[in-house]
Design a protein around this ligand. Structure first.
Ligand SMILES: [Cu+2]
Length: 176
């Protein structure tokens, strides 16, 4: 996916660069002086503009419909929301419960008792499944539905002092 996105970006950036060059070269000229080639280039630019509006306008609206994204992800589950209060300390995590049920939405209410921490939930293969910031004086809500049972790790994702690497706890996700 990443290489494709990069190649598409490269093509679009090249088009934009050509557009800039065209405008820069022709700036200062009056419209009457335009050659037929320049006139057709401007027509092309107008069409390109409206084409982009038509393609990206609906795409943007469609992709924003799910905001906030974590709420949409959590709706994938069913049943009552399981609330877990999570607090970060230098250098440990405190969770209000050590297990949740799979397939049922979980709401993590994440805060910090001292400095900024990063609250990252990892599966057994250490792939990140969900994350938010743990900030002092503020509670971030992170919603996630665990599709699979297992033991997940909570690691700190933001350097918070000498023992940052020890800041780890586990949460068990049990099958229903
Ligand atoms: Cu840390």
């Amino acid at each position: 996916m990443q290489p494709i996105a990069w190649q598409i970006s490269l093509v679009l950036m090249t088009l934009v660069a050509f557009g800039f060059a065209f405008v820069a070269i022709n700036s200062g000229r009056r419209q009457d002086d335009y050659t037929p080639l320049q006139k057709s280039a401007y027509r092309l630019r107008t069409r390109l503009f409206w084409g982009l509006v038509l393609v990206f306008g609906p795409a943007m609206i469609y992709t924003l419909l799910d905001l906030p994204y974590d709420a949409a992800r959590a709706r994938a589950g069913s049943g009552a929301v399981q609330v877990v209060d999570a607090t970060g300390y230098q250098w440990r995590w405190e969770l209000s419960r050590d297990h949740v049920a799979a397939g049922q939405p979980v709401e993590f209410r994440v805060t910090s008792a001292d400095v900024n921490h990063g609250f990252g939930i990892y599966d057994a293969n250490l792939h990140l499944v969900a994350q938010t910031q743990a900030m002092p004086g503020y509670t971030n809500t992170l919603r996630h539905t665990f599709a699979e049972a297992g033991t997940y790790k909570v690691l700190c994702m933001e350097y918070c002092g000498v023992a940052h690497h020890n800041m780890m706890t586990e949460i068990r996700v049990v099958a229903q």
